[in-house]
Design a protein around this ligand. Structure first.
Ligand code: FMN
Ligand code: 7N5
Length: 394
């Protein structure tokens, strides 16, 4: 049990429980050791991109339609042959046991209860087969991969296929883990009982890299991530596996086009939650150009800063078919284990359903480009226009 806590906090949706994702965040903070909190919450360097991810949602406003029959809103969407209860998935995050002792097993149960995919991280603390058992077929599982050498990647891809995973997610924005100053100041390393069991043997445990004034996670990545990989390696993996290959960490039209050309089944517009290239554009700002370049050929997903149902609506309107949510799921886990994480997912789905109903857009696919407008309008002096051309002379 995390220090300072006396049993589970109420999960969202229970009487007296949190009403917003921000409430869950506040409750989680009091339940986690300071260095773990910093690792989860933090971004790289100045944390500009981390803040910009959130701020960008404030630069778009929804355009509601009225007198539309919204008696039966349906937030579900289909991805890779699976029907999802909402256009929502759990983003890959290493070491869920930092938030709760049941780790990814609890998250898998939460995702299954809510009918949304869980992207299991290569650096999960539980075996990918036992996570599949915990999900019990209720949630599609996708496996995230880092470039840890061809042998490790191939083995993980094969195990995922055998265990019934539905997709592979290749993270492309991390040739190494960026410098995260909070982790450096805290000399952060996960405690020794938390191990990346799926890559154990191939990669020395992260605690082996523990050093004063350094992040063990960054040090391990510098030692073991392969920064020489290119599109050719992605193409090779795609040819080798029968699972759809999703590329995570795309922020430009150029890379989106290359992803389509190299046979990716989807792209995830992401800056790794502001944890990799500091100064990179906010993911919502990159979404329109990626969606335009992809032109409907493959699904476009987005993560980074999703904290409300209306954020999901805005992302869909700007070209995403679904979003992934990261930190809030760990906050839910920290508060109340599986029910806490499920509560966060349910809260986001319910908020999204409310947005659908009140915006007069009863299907997820009704959030087209006309469902949002830049805010403040680009013609206002001082408004930068965020992704829209500013008219001459304005
Ligand atoms: C604690 C933590 C660990 C993460 N670990 C991974 C990882 O192992 N692989 C990966 O591709 N992304 C990882 N990410 C990034 C998430 O997949 C996702 O891009 C990001 O958290 C989304 O932003 P959000 O937290 O604002 O929702 C991690 C993020 C956090 C907060
Ligand atoms: C080697 C684990 C990396 C985790 C990660 O990607 C993150 O903390 O953002």
């Amino acid at each position: 049990m995390p220090p300072g806590s006396a049993g589970p906090a109420p999960a969202p949706g229970t009487p007296g429980g949190p009403l917003t994702v921000a409430d869950v965040e506040t409750a989680a903070r009091g339940r986690l050791p300071a260095d773990v909190w910093d690792f989860i919450e933090g971004g790289s360097r100045t944390e500009w991109t981390l803040a910009a991810n959130r701020a960008q949602f404030g630069h778009w406003a929804l355009r509601p339609r009225v007198l539309v029959d919204v008696s039966d809103p349906d937030p579900s969407v289909e991805l890779f042959g699976d029907r999802l209860a909402a256009p929502l998935a759990v983003a890959p995050m290493a070491y869920h046991e930092l938030a709760h002792e049941e780790g990814e097993l609890a998250t898998a149960r939460a995702a299954a209860a809510e009918g949304v995919p869980l992207v299991v991280a290569a650096f999960a603390g539980r075996g990918l087969e036992e996570i599949a058992t915990a999900a019990g077929g209720g949630a599609p599982l996708w496996l995230q991969l880092y470039w840890l050498g061809r042998k490790v990647v191939d083995e993980l891809a094969d195990r995922a296929a055998v265990a019934g995973y539905r997709a592979l997610v290749v993270t492309a924005d991390a040739p190494r883990v960026a410098r995260r100053l909070r982790d450096v100041r805290n000399s952060f390393a996960p405690p020794p009982h938390i191990r990346a069991v799926n890559v154990d043997g191939a990669v020395p445990p992260v605690t082996a890299y523990r050093a004063a004034g350094a992040s063990a996670i960054e040090a391990q990545s510098r030692d073991r991530f392969d920064p020489s990989v290119t599109w050719a390696d992605l193409a090779r993996l795609r040819e080798r596996t029968r699972l759809p290959v999703v590329l995570k960490g795309v922020l430009t039209a150029e890379d989106a086009r290359l992803a389509v050309e190299h046979g990716c089944a989807a792209v995830i517009v992401s800056n790794h939650g502001g944890r990799q290239l500091d100064g990179a554009l906010p993911s919502l700002a990159a979404l329109p150009e990626v969606a335009e370049a992809v032109a409907g050929r493959i699904p476009v997903l987005l993560d980074g800063g999703i904290r409300h149902g209306s954020d999901i609506a805005k992302a869909l309107a700007l070209g995403a078919q679904a979003v992934l949510v990261g930190r809030p799921v760990l906050w839910g886990l920290a508060c109340a284990g599986a029910p806490g994480a499920a509560g966060v997912l349910r809260l986001l789905r319910e908020e999204f359903e409310e947005a659908m109903t009140l915006a007069g857009r009863p299907r997820a696919t009704d959030f087209t480009r006309t469902a949002v407008t830049p805010w403040p309008p680009p013609t206002w002096s001082g408004a930068p226009g965020f992704g829209e051309a500013i008219p001459e002379g304005s």
